[in-house]
Design a protein around this ligand. Structure first.
Ligand SMILES: Cc1cc2nc3c(=O)[nH]c(=O)nc-3n(C[C@H](O)[C@H](O)[C@H](O)COP(=O)(O)O)c2cc1C
Length: 155
């Protein structure tokens, strides 16, 4: 079923970053989309058990880092371990957006967002964000397309 859904509703692969107090973290997410034109709003679906979820709940800010083709290893790095236990930014080059969210050097674009709403939806929470800051860092890059089997093959 997941293979079919990701094939029928294609998305990119992103690292959602957040900062709360002196803590920073990031996690891979595929469930990211624009939601409204005016005002411009984007949505990300994040499960409550993610460490990133608590940082976003605390700070009210998240940052979408769009990964380019070829960034598979980075997607796995941020997607298969929790920032509760390790500093995922150690040895990962990054800068910061205007409000302090980490921006990966390898991202081809980023959007730092203010949480306008959040909704519990099944086993995830949909955070709706307006845009605080953002930039296209590489105009030539092609997005990494999410395919369930590339990451979760066999499930
Ligand atoms: C390709 C890929 C896509 C993912 N998409 C999502 C997603 O959209 N929402 C989500 O809550 N978790 C998603 N995950 C799982 C989180 O990235 C993973 O649980 C991560 O370890 C959470 O890290 P944290 O505890 O440091 O926040 C995805 C993982 C991978 C590998």
């Amino acid at each position: 079923m997941q293979t079919l859904i990701s094939r029928a509703t294609p998305t990119g692969v992103y690292v959602i970053t957040a900062k709360s107090g002196d803590k920073i973290n990031g996690m891979t997410a595929a469930w990211v989309t624009q939601i409204s034109f005016r005002p411009a709003l984007v949505g990300v679906a994040i499960a409550p058990q993610r460490y990133t979820y608590s940082l976003i709940k605390n700070s009210g800010i998240f940052c979408i880092n769009a990964l380019p083709e070829g960034a598979m290893e980075l997607a796995k790095h941020f997607g298969f371990k929790s920032g509760r236990k390790v500093d995922k930014f150690e040895n990962v080059p990054h800068t910061y957006a205007k409000n302090g969210s980490p921006v990966l050097k390898d991202a081809y674009a980023y959007l730092e967002c203010k949480v306008e709403n959040d909704f519990e939806v099944g086993d995830h929470t949909l955070f709706i964000g307006s845009i605080l800051d953002g930039k296209e860092l590489d105009t030539e890059a092609q997005p990494l397309i999410f395919r369930w089997d590339d990451f979760f093959g066999g499930h």
